[in-house]
Design a protein around this ligand. Structure first.
Ligand code: TRP
Length: 324
């Protein structure tokens, strides 16, 4: 069976951009691949090093979100990055194989630094974010990495580092390929990238009322002021959500909007209700998990399983590099 590795930082709340961009594929791929899904707690320190008080709880909440959308601990290995110290060793070794200017060109790191107000204070750790991510991936020697579009620059660095290692020391790592969903980038309510730090996200754990409120406040076509003004679905956040939900009547909705036969308020209410219907099974599942499932135990045993694979790769890496 081919192997998959992916991960998310433990922000504590998974948003619908994470879901439609990556998690949806994680769930689907579980049946046909050996799947490893990591909660990247060290990565969260690249920007949130000063906010660790609730980190353990955020890890647990992230795992609950994952399981509630269908990540099955019986099929997938769910684990916490810092539970597998071997990632740190590989990170150190790979950091020798990439230049600082190459890392400075990474648009996703630049974006993160900007969104967090860290441009002038870019740490060594944040600059090395993609190197740590490369070690997360390569240490499991997977074939595929299901991610959102924003992660592609990181994956490119992973591929470069794998190739460079293989050329220098002999082949240890496979060529990894990204796997994208049909909705690799879902906009936030303000039409920027959906992100916790921009405070524009809809979370899969949001209540019905919050979802409605957020959608009613979402950015739509600024040229459509009255109901019968013709709209432009292409740049509309709400239309992007309807597409993600794979609404059957999407073509009719597009026509009605363009023709001025559909008002934004009505459209938003309909979208919120569809999104709430979609999220309701996840909410129910979360209540069950909170009652019945020992998430800490799942993560611990996932860590044990992941560590076995990571140790195998590190033995190959040390041998290839002639390390002591
Ligand atoms: N950078 C990813 C994110 O923020 C998280 C991540 C860490 C990851 N390690 C990974 C994703 C390895 C894929 C593979 O969403």
């Amino acid at each position: 069976m081919q192997r998959i590795l992916s991960g998310l930082r433990p922000t504590g709340k998974v948003h619908i951009g994470n879901y439609f961009g990556a998690l949806k594929n994680w769930v689907k791929l579980q049946s046909d691949y050996e799947t490893f899904y990591e909660i990247a707690d060290w990565h969260s320190l690249t920007t949130k090093y000063d906010d660790t008080e609730a980190l353990k709880q955020r890890i647990i909440d992230t795992a609950i979100d994952w399981i509630s959308v269908g990540i099955d601990p019986g099929k997938s290995v769910l684990f916490v990055q810092s539970d597998v110290k071997e990632h740190a060793e590989l990170h150190l070794l790979l950091s020798m194989l990439i230049t600082v200017p190459r890392l400075q060109r990474n648009p996703t790191v630049k974006e993160m630094a900007r969104d967090e107000g860290l441009q002038e204070k870019l740490s060594y750790g944040l600059l090395g974010y993609p190197v740590l991510q490369a070690s997360d991936v390569l240490i499991y020697r997977p074939e595929k990495v299901p991610i959102g579009e924003d992660q592609l620059p990181h994956l490119e660095i992973t591929r470069e580092l794998g190739r460079r290692f293989n050329n220098l020391y002999g082949r240890v790592f496979p060529e990894v390929e990204p796997v994208l969903t049909d909705i690799p980038r879902l906009p936030g309510m303000d039409d920027q990238k959906m992100s916790k730090s921009l405070d524009n996200a809809i979370y899969i754990s949001d209540t019905t009322e919050i979802v409605l409120k957020k959608i009613l406040n979402a950015y739509t076509d600024p040229t459509k002021i009255k109901k019968d003004d013709p709209g432009h679905p292409k740049g509309c956040v709400v239309f992007a959500y309807l597409r993600a939900l794979e609404v059957n009547s999407i073509e009719d909705i597009r026509k009605e909007c363009r023709g001025g036969d559909r008002g934004c308020v009505e459209c938003k209410k309909e979208t919120a209700s569809l999104l709430n219907d979609f999220l309701e099974p996840f909410r129910e599942e979360r209540r069950r998990i909170e009652r019945e499932v020992d998430v800490v135990e799942i993560l611990k045993s996932g860590g044990d399983r992941a560590r076995v694979e990571a140790k195998k790769t590190m033995a190959l890496v040390r041998e290839a590099m002639n390390l002591w």
